[in-house]
Design a protein around this ligand. Structure first.
Ligand SMILES: Cc1cc2nc3c(=O)[nH]c(=O)nc-3n(C[C@H](O)[C@H](O)[C@H](O)COP(=O)(O)OP(=O)(O)OC[C@H]3O[C@@H](n4cnc5c(N)ncnc54)[C@H](O)[C@@H]3O)c2cc1C
Length: 398
């Protein structure tokens, strides 16, 4: 177990801290996203800045960036700095059509979380489909500006609008027949909002796994959503993605075995905590465990084995460290590098349940003395999670 010094909440200082203490876990040097800063202040400012007016019409726009209507809140939502319930409330009073569309998207996020909590590791179920032919380059044809600019944005900023995530995933799977799980991993390494829940759901939805249609990507979307890009393309007179890809063959997949990771609906207490354990799922100032035990020190463990396996891009580590450094200005924060089970085995901790398989395995060895419920936007209920509409009907039933 390795107690780390406290980082200072400043981009250059955090990058150097990440290089020094976590440098063996990513391909260096550490560089934060130029577009997103971690921390509660940045999250609150992003929410305050977001104007929902025009969202419905512009959420799918790609280029130029000033036409985009997406909120860019996802990294903060992903790490619990913004709760879905608060984001939902923040857009009240906006134009009804925009508010309705935006809230539908928040429900998609909630659906992804329920789906993952119910299916857990089964969401990585393999799809056996031979590649159609050998892909040029590194999975996407970088000689096409419409794809090259997106891979560049993914790798530099750690974020993409929903529309271009579908383009990259559709090109990878539907056109080229590549394994969606490798593409999903590639996204996961770079996205600041990367979650197995929403990322796997997005890739499966695009590919058509578990559904009866897939999302084909072609020049048509580029002309519509990113006008001007095709004019700069060396292939503009012989565009290799001019036509729609064929629908991939649909293969039946076995019905997955369900797990239930939704967690308690009331706090469960078995002892007196002396610290709060924060996880990457819930790093906000109003994390239920941190808020309920405001006088206790907060502990965060960078899970060395997990990070060594994932080899996330340093942008996410910088984002997390910025968040923890800022929290350290308000509270007593202890940061460790190691195995959460080993670091916390002698401690009596309060924690907020996280509805993901990784929490279940770590909590089994940490054995928290208080577990606070996950702040769901919709209470989990029995019923189908096989489609968004079936799930929505089940959770909104009175
Ligand atoms: C292939 C693929 C991979 C994806 N991977 C992720 C991921 O790892 N993490 C992630 O949070 N989202 C993922 N999404 C969903 C969506 O693309 C992002 O949430 C969205 O682009 C984030 O930008 P935003 O905050 O500006 O979204 P906005 O359009 O402003 O939406 C507001 C919020 O609603 C939620 N939301 C919007 N669209 C979706 C959606 N389709 N599914 C689930 N939630 C949604 C997000 O929390 C988002 O922050 C993926 C989608 C696809 C097609």
């Amino acid at each position: 177990m390795n107690l780390l010094p406290r980082p200072i909440a400043d981009r250059a200082a955090v990058q150097s801290w990440v290089d020094t203490h976590l440098g063996h876990l990513f391909d260096g040097p550490a560089v934060g996203s130029p577009s997103f800063r971690g921390g509660q202040r940045a999250a609150d400012a992003a929410l305050a800045r977001f104007d929902v007016a025009g969202y419905a019409a512009r959420r799918n726009e790609v280029q130029p960036p000033q036409r985009r209507g997406a909120s860019r809140l996802s990294p903060y939502i992903r790490h619990g700095l913004l709760r879905l319930e608060d984001v939902w409330a923040a857009v009240a009073g906006g134009p009804a059509n925009d508010v309705g569309k935006f809230r539908d998207e928040l429900l998609w996020q909630e659906y992804a979380r329920h789906w993952y909590a119910r299916l857990g590791p089964a969401t990585a179920a393999p799809v056996r489909r031979a590649p159609r032919s050998v892909m040029p380059g590194d999975g996407w044809d970088r000689t096409l500006p419409c794809l090259d600019m997106l891979v560049d944005e993914l790798e530099t900023n750690g974020w993409l609008v929903n529309q271009t995530r579908m383009w990259l995933a559709g090109d990878w799977t539907v056109r080229w027949g590549q394994d969606w799980r490798r593409g999903e991993d590639r996204f996961f390494r770079h996205l600041l909002d990367g979650s197995r829940a929403a990322n796997r759901l997005g890739w499966q939805w695009t590919t058509g796994v578990g559904a009866n249609k897939s999302y084909g990507f072609s020049r048509w979307q580029v002309e519509k959503r990113a006008p001007g890009v095709c004019r700069q393309c060396p292939h503009r007179n012989a565009c290799p993605i001019d036509g729609w890809p064929d629908d991939p063959p649909m293969v039946p997949v076995p019905v997955p075995v369900e797990v239930d990771l939704s967690g308690p609906s009331e706090p469960v207490q078995t002892g007196e905590p002396s610290a709060v354990w924060l996880t990457a799922e819930s790093l906000g100032a109003d994390d239920p465990a941190a808020a309920a035990h405001g006088e206790l020190p907060v502990v965060f463990v960078f899970d060395e084995q997990l990070l060594a396996r994932l080899r996330l891009d340093s942008k996410r580590l910088v984002f997390l460290t910025e968040t923890l450094a800022e929290l350290g200005e308000e509270r007593d924060v202890e940061l460790y590098l190691g195995d959460p089970g080993a670091v916390l085995e002698e401690r009596s901790v309060a924690v907020t349940h996280a509805p993901v398989p990784g929490f279940a395995t770590r909590a089994a060895s940490v054995r928290p003395s208080v577990i606070h419920p996950w702040p769901w936007l919709r209470t989990p209920r029995p019923g189908s999670v096989r489609s968004f509409s079936a799930w929505r009907k089940a959770v909104e039933r009175r």
